[in-house]
Design a protein around this ligand. Structure first.
Ligand SMILES: [Zn+2]
Length: 250
């Protein structure tokens, strides 16, 4: 199985996943770069999978589905041209076993796809960060992130945006002395300068350095309480405080 990055807009990644009988397009926010990729790789798509309904993830779905006459998988009819609604559970798509996780928070019906040790998590988990809460509650998002954090450490994490450097600036503001964050920032800066994605990450790396997966760590609790005195030190209160701080962080 091969995973290809198709950059789109300013910071989206559309993914093409290829295997024997499969060529999936995940979260095609726009058709044009996908069509270019298909032509270059001579790889007609077999299915479209969508993590959630935001326009920068589904804007190209209808055109691609119509042109290639392929099924569209997603949570529900908020996904354009949907043919196969998905729920939490195990599926076989084009001969590949896929585990679907329902992860509300960024939206109320956000999905992640796991194939083997690869995770496509849309706008739920980012490298060193997490998605904004558009429809879900902090409690839902924290539960979704905790479920991802419980996956095997070696799981490769493919996020839908290149937000790593911005997220690392916030993470280092919280934990300036965390050596892993310094290393991650240096590596991400090198990758961006070289025009490369900073992804995939791994669940192990995120557990060790992503503040939104570390709301039970004394250093992260202390940073949240220093910024926002009076925040109780339970995980949900810390997560809620961090998420709203990050929304305003420059
Ligand atoms: Zn989104």
């Amino acid at each position: 199985m091969d995973i290809h990055f198709i950059p789109a807009f300013t910071d989206n990644y559309i993914y093409a996943v290829t295997a024997d009988a499969a060529c999936w397009i995940i979260d095609p926010g726009t058709a044009e770069p996908v069509l270019r990729w298909i032509q270059q790789h001579r790889c007609p798509p077999t299915a479209i999978l969508c993590t959630h309904h935001h326009a920068d993830h589904v804007g190209g779905v209808a055109a691609l589905a119509a042109q290639f006459k392929i099924p569209v998988y997603g949570a529900n009819t908020r996904i354009p041209a949907l043919t196969h609604p998905l729920e939490e559970g195990k599926y076989d798509i084009d001969g590949l076993p896929v585990t679907i996780m329902e992860l509300p928070g960024h939206t109320r019906d956000h999905l992640a796809f796991r194939v083997d040790h690869h995770l496509f998590c849309g706008d739920t988990l980012f490298a060193a960060g997490c998605g904004r809460l558009f429809e879900g509650t902090p409690a839902q998002m924290l539960h979704s992130l905790d479920r991802l954090a419980a996956l095997p450490q070696a799981t490769q994490v493919y996020c839908a945006h290149e937000y790593t450097l911005s997220n690392l600036r916030f993470a280092r503001h919280l934990e300036p002395d965390h050596p892993l964050l310094r290393d991650r920032q240096q590596q991400a800066e090198r990758q961006i300068l070289a025009g490369q994605p900073t992804l995939p990450s791994t669940i192990g790396l995120e557990r060790a350095s992503n503040p939104f997966l570390r709301v039970r760590e004394p250093s992260v609790i202390a940073a949240a309480q220093a910024h926002d005195p009076g925040v109780p030190n339970d995980p949900l209160s810390i997560f809620t405080a961090l998420r709203s701080w990050k929304d305003r962080f420059q």
